[in-house]
Design a protein around this ligand. Structure first.
Ligand code: UD1
Length: 366
């Protein structure tokens, strides 16, 4: 059987790799080998996702851990090259836009191993985002492109990609959402936090542009201080954000805000439960923009741009930016019931994993 080496490394990768692994296993025509780079390693950032999403144990964990971009990328490359040389895969599958995605793509291509990129073609056109560089490098050298929406197709064609290599897959993360929706609904997290459906907003915040700069983070905290006077905020905090708050001396001020529940990172079902029952979501994450769109939950995106414009054009997302006055105005509109309703983008239907695996099997002649 043809061997397919699948790469995952950081939290958002796990929801994307799960349906692909599951579809490969169901079809039984390819031999999967799962590599965890170890970019994320805390129980709450990694293992809990494997357990809850029933992703098989990785065949190997490269254990690279945290570091600067260069350190992390280089460590992944050195370790992944050893795996490729030993396992000699027929194809490598990478997902998303994290450092592990780009690092493994470069390694595989230099060993003449074809690479398929799931979630290809997304562009924020913001070169200050590390993910944008990861997306551009990955898409400039890989062989098969799985896209989530027509904008991805346009971006890839504009950069000279042969249309025959571009395949519409739908959205693998939405496969995972749809198959976990019921389980998530039964999660006890709302009761544990003492919040009622529709009576709180979910906040996530971890982008370097928002949290690594004391001024930007301070401005956002001021906005949050005013929002929590209107509605309870539930905030499962990324380790990076808490670290930065502490470093900039902002943690005490934040913890003094009485209507914000700061928690450790939530597991997949807790996050989905908090998302689907919230009044609205405040976020700088990419994935949540898509998940809220499918769930019909208003999403206020705390960034100046998005690589997922379909969630704005068709869904419930609005890219509001980081100006506190604009954020407050958006919150007022949601609370007044003046938010758009949105619809589900084409093909975000729970079958993306199957479509991807069918293309891979065909490509490999399996
Ligand atoms: C990475 C991705 C980002 C993604 C995010 C999801 C890149 C460039 N960025 O950002 O696209 O949205 O994951 O979470 O790949 N840390 C821990 N425990 C962990 C992992 C990280 O404490 O298990 C802390 C470390 O202090 C680390 C910091 O978080 O230095 C940042 O981790 P890193 O993987 O470098 O980037 P993320 O901000 O998580």
């Amino acid at each position: 059987m043809k061997k397919v080496l699948l790469v995952c490394g950081a939290r958002p990768n796990f929801m994307k790799i799960a349906p692909i692994m599951s579809a490969i296993t169901r079809s039984g025509k390819l031999s999967p080998y799962l590599v965890h780079t170890g970019q994320h390693y805390d129980e709450k950032m990694s293992k809990s996702f494997f357990d809850l999403l029933r992703i098989p144990e990785p065949d190997i964990d490269l254990g690279v851990g945290s570091g600067s971009h260069a350190e992390q990328t280089a460590k992944v490359m050195v370790e992944f090259e050893k795996v490729c040389l030993k396992e000699k895969p027929d194809l490598v599958v990478v997902v998303g836009d994290v450092n592990s995605t780009m690092a493994c793509t470069i390694v595989a291509k230099k060993l003449f191993i074809p690479v398929a990129h799931v979630e290809a073609g997304l562009r924020s056109f913001d070169m200050r985002m590390p993910e944008e560089i990861n997306r551009m490098v990955t898409d400039s050298i890989c062989d098969l492109f799985f896209i989530t929406d027509p904008e991805g197709d346009r971006n890839l064609r504009k950069s000279g990609i042969d249309p025959k290599d571009i395949h519409f897959a739908g959205n693998v993360m939405i496969d995972t959402l749809l198959s976990n929706r019921e389980t998530a609904q039964a999660n006890p997290i709302l009761k544990d936090l003492g919040v009622q459906p529709g009576q709180y907003c979910l906040l996530t915040l971890h982008r370097p542009s928002n949290v690594d700069d004391p001024e930007a983070l301070g401005r956002l905290l001021n906005a949050l201080g005013r929002i929590q006077e209107k509605i309870r905020i539930v905030f499962p905090a990324h380790p990076r954000t808490l670290k930065m708050m502490e470093k900039f001396g902002l943690l005490e001020k934040f913890q003094a805000m009485k209507n914000i529940s700061v928690r450790e990172p939530s597991d997949y079902h807790q996050t989905l439960c908090l998302n689907m029952n919230s009044r609205f979501v405040l976020t700088d994450s990419g994935g949540l923009q898509e998940e809220t769109t499918v769930l019909g939950i208003p999403c206020i995106t705390l960034r100046e741009n998005t690589e997922r414009p379909v969630t704005v054009v068709e869904g419930t997302n609005e890219v509001v930016g980081t100006d506190p006055e604009k954020i407050l105005a958006a919150v007022e509109r949601v609370l007044a019931g003046e938010w758009k309703k949105g619809g589900k983008p084409h093909g975000w239907d729970g079958k993306a994993g199957e479509r991807i695996v069918a293309v891979l099997e065909n490509y490999l002649g399996a």
